[in-house]
Design a protein around this ligand. Structure first.
Ligand code: BGC
Length: 347
């Protein structure tokens, strides 16, 4: 069931709506501002409701929103080296908002837009038209993001279509904390089905290398606490101030499957993640330092699993070979990501 309610009003007077999705067990609140997941309430091991995503109570905080809490990111999730996008021999200078590089769509990304909405049964579809030249990207881009909440699973379906060759790499930037947004996520246990990360330079730009995770702090092929090696003396961990790295998933692009499981022993909540995208950015909230719904969010108060294509793949053929973000005019961009909640089975 989906109900539409008033959430708050933007500085310019525009009312912001929240859509309340319920499946009888869990409840998600999605805003038409940024197509943002504002809250996601699931039952803990005692049946008590726990809000497992970080967020804010007011839209003024979302207008600021350092850290992109819960928002849809576009046109391009993560970084593009010096904002350089070369298409058909022409260079498009994208806005550089992060140490001289393009991050999360630029100056006004999709996280700062009011999206149109339609509701069909249990499906909420948020859409927008990003005009040709917006943030300097070529092509009029139609974007649709469909949220459903069914059987304790929040599913996000991404769709985009351009009338010119362009770059598209959408993601959602929810920060999860299975303990209800309080305290650190370092004791959460993570299994992540990946053998390689894409190491970065000192500005967090991956430049073409793959690093094997075996025998490194990045290995989550056997479930371990997120905090176990988060302060390791490892060049990549130190550059990211924790995990802020793209993991190449084992599924072939377009093949939908399970790629991660996260558990909190404290609440007994287990989150299983699925996608058909080629990669995921594991980001452990290394720069969080802001007031949120539950109080102050400090470093490592939440973690993100941002499904995507490899950052900067528009400039690195070895990354594009694992799933290119360049789409021809008329070629549909269609991907899915889902987060399913259950109680930890006693082991
Ligand atoms: C990036 C981080 C960045 C964070 C918030 C993540 O997706 O990987 O480097 O700090 O978003 O902007």
């Amino acid at each position: 069931m989906i109900c539409t309610e008033y959430f708050d009003t933007l500085r310019d007077g525009t009312p912001v709506l929240q859509f309340v999705l319920t499946d009888g067990n869990s409840t998600a609140r999605i805003l038409n501002y940024g197509a943002t997941i504002q809250s996601l309430v699931v039952a803990d091991k005692h049946g008590k409701p726990v809000d497992v995503v970080l967020g804010y109570r007011t839209v003024a905080e979302y207008e600021q929103n350092d850290g992109y809490l819960g928002a849809i990111i576009g046109r391009f999730g993560n970084r593009i080296d010096r904002g350089r996008l070369c298409i058909d021999g022409r260079e498009y200078a994208l806005y550089c908002n992060n140490n001289g590089h393009h991050l999360h769509g630029g100056r006004v990304g999709f996280d700062k837009k009011i999206w149109s909405h339609s509701i069909e049964g249990d499906a909420l579809t948020l859409s927008l038209l990003s005009p040709d030249g917006e943030e300097n990207y070529p092509g009029n881009l139609q974007v649709r993001v469909t949220y459903t909440l069914q059987d304790k699973e929040l599913k996000i379906r991404y769709y985009a279509l351009s009338d010119r060759r362009t770059a598209i790499n959408l993601t959602n930037h929810a920060y999860f904390n299975l303990n209800g947004g309080r305290g650190s996520i370092k004791a959460h246990e993570l299994w992540l089905d990946s053998d390689y990360i894409t190491p970065t330079d000192e500005n967090m730009i991956p430049r073409g290398a793959f690093r094997e995770v075996r025998n490194t702090p990045f290995d989550f092929n056997t479930s371990k606490k997120i905090g176990k090696h988060i302060h390791a003396k490892d060049i990549d961990i130190q550059r990211g101030s924790g995990y802020d790295h793209c993991y190449l998933l084992k599924n072939t692009v377009g093949e939908y499957g399970k790629y991660a499981v996260v558990k909190s022993r404290k609440t007994g909540i287990c989150m299983t993640c699925y996608t058909d995208m080629p990669a995921v950015q594991l980001y452990t909230g290394n720069y969080l330092s802001q007031r949120g719904k539950e109080g102050y969010y400090k470093k490592h108060a939440g973690f993100c699993l941002e499904t995507q294509a490899i950052p900067n793949n528009v400039n690195v053929p070895a990354y594009a070979a694992k799933g290119s973000s360049i789409y021809e005019a008329g070629r549909e961009y269609i991907f899915t990501a889902a987060y399913r909640f259950s109680a930890i089975e006693e082991e």
